[in-house]
Design a protein around this ligand. Structure first.
Ligand code: APR
Length: 224
């Protein structure tokens, strides 16, 4: 079966990583939209580095959960394209491969001057230099608000060929990911939403499986 799965922050919630829109969505009294942007990086790069250093350390202390492991098992049984909006490495640590990180990854650094990418150190600051051009313009390789998500061509193609599209733990509030269900549905996929709550795009799905991902995802994978 050709399956496309899109995951969001909800799949890592039970691993202890905060989602974006639950609670106050604040970090050090800053709104996320004020930290995860090119403007924030231009005006206060050390604040932005502090934000991602904190997230890198939280991620290193978190463990993949049963939902991540179930998706790694699913990849062994079906033709699975796993797309994640998450920047943590919990899918990889559960054994998933060929993952598409459409919003980038905490584990990667990007040079704002020359575009070079390298494995990110645990902590970066305004003195961190690019190994290639030696300029102190290292940034997290994360897609910020207003920037283009990665690998969109491959994602649209996978959605056009999917027999099943499942969205797990995402609120459907950020595009283009929130529009994936409509694209898959238009191309004949059976669309399933796995979440603890209804979302902004629930009406676009054929089927809804309500509950925590660590319970619903292993169950769903077993049924498949
Ligand atoms: N099991 C399943 N779903 C859960 C769980 C859980 N244990 N806990 C929370 N959820 C659901 C919430 O109901 C919500 O629908 O996960 C979703 C989390 O939504 P958001 O916090 O908005 O995260 P996400 O949808 O991934 O955000 C998308 O927005 O901030 C940007 O780039 C950032 O990738 C992020 C994007």
């Amino acid at each position: 079966m050709r399956i496309v799965v899109l995951t969001g922050a909800g799949i890592s919630a039970e691993s202890g990583l905060r989602t974006f829109r639950a609670g106050d969505g604040l970090w050090e009294e800053h709104r996320l939209e004020d930290v995860a942007t090119p403007e924030a990086y231009a005006s206060d790069p050390s604040l932005v580095h502090r934000f991602y250093n904190a997230r890198r350390s939280a991620t290193s202390q978190a463990q993949p959960n049963a939902a991540h492991h179930a998706l790694a098992a699913l990849q062994q049984q079906h033709d699975l394209t796993l797309v994640t909006q998450n920047v943590d490495d919990l899918h990889e640590r559960a054994g998933s491969t060929q993952l598409i990180h459409m919003h980038g990854e905490l584990a990667q650094a990007l040079c704002a001057s020359c575009g070079h990418r390298w494995s990110s150190p645990a902590e970066m600051d305004v003195t961190t230099t690019c190994p290639s051009c030696r300029k102190a313009t290292a940034r997290p390789d994360i897609v910020w608000f207003g920037e283009m998500p990665y690998h969109m061509e491959n994602i649209w193609k996978a959605l056009e060929n999917a027999e099943i599209f499942a969205a797990i733990g995402t609120s459907g509030q950020v595009y283009p990911a929130a529009g994936f269900v409509q694209h898959a549905r238009r191309n004949g996929a059976h669309c399933i939403e796995l979440n603890i709550d209804p979302t902004a795009v629930s009406r676009d799905f054929h089927e809804h499986i309500i509950g925590p991902a660590t319970e619903t995802v292993p169950e769903w994978v077993k049924e498949l």
